[in-house]
Ligand binder design. Structure first.
Ligand SMILES: *[C@@H]1O[C@H](CO)[C@@H](O)[C@H](O)[C@H]1NC(C)=O
Ligand SMILES: *[C@@H]1O[C@H](CO)[C@@H](O)[C@H](O)[C@H]1NC(C)=O
Length: 193
């Protein structure tokens, strides 16, 4: 098979997933995530801690969105010994949860319709990736998720402590407790310690 065909096949098998393989929610639409002038594209692109130290700009490229949203960023590769988990398992760290996110009427220099949090970065501020070095090296997957924000959204009392502590975060439990519908947009990148 020609190299170009092989490459085409490799890309086809990766598909257009906006979340990592095996993640509980496969999401149909792309959330633009822009660190400085670096757009996360394709999903899964490798970045450094330095490149991702400060909060990205979020947006959409196809159409401006007209709703009110919640953006969540999670690391799904917390090593077992950091999360108090059984050996071999990996846990989740909450890296940010931003409420009242709306299209702010502007476009980024990279052409995205900007989605900006309403009132600072509540209820959980941006916490940049800092994966520990591991042997063998293990790139961490950082997933960015855009949810429709339910009317009168509040962090459920049962989730407040882990939102403050950031880990061990339980994504499926949080989504259920907060009565969120599956995310409508997503993206992810990787950082290796
Ligand atoms: C949001 O509103 C604008 C202007 O009315 C429209 O062009 C755009 O398609 C809308 N976006 C969505 C996702 O409905
Ligand atoms: C997350 O929460 C769900 C629902 O409460 C539970 O079934 C699951 O075991 C939890 N996952 C972890 C890794 O604790």
């Amino acid at each position: 098979m020609r190299l170009s065909s092989l490459l085409a096949l490799a890309f086809a098998s990766v598909g257009l997933a906006e979340t990592p393989p095996g993640f509980v929610h496969q999401v149909p639409g792309r959330l633009d995530v822009i660190y400085g002038t670096n757009v996360v594209d394709p999903p899964g692109e490798r970045f450094t801690k330095q490149q991702t130290a400060t909060m990205p700009t979020y947006g959409t490229s196809d159409v401006p969105l007209n709703g009110t949203y919640l953006i969540m960023m999670i690391d799904i590769d917390l090593p077992a010994n950091f999360g108090g988990l059984p050996a071999g398992q990996r846990g989740i760290v909450l890296h940010g949860l931003f409420r009242d996110v709306k299209y702010n009427g502007r476009q980024s220099s990279t052409g995205s319709y900007i989605l900006a949090p309403g009132t600072g970065t509540q209820p959980s501020s941006y916490f940049g990736p800092s994966p520990p070095a591991e042997n063998p090296p293990h790139p961490h997957n950082y997933i960015e998720l855009l949810f429709d924000q339910p009317a009168n959204f509040a962090v459920p009392a049962s989730e407040q402590q882990v939102v403050n502590a950031r880990l061990p975060f339980n994504y499926t439990r949080f989504v259920a407790a907060a009565a969120l519908q599956p995310p409508i947009r997503a993206n992810y990148f990787t950082v290796q310690g």
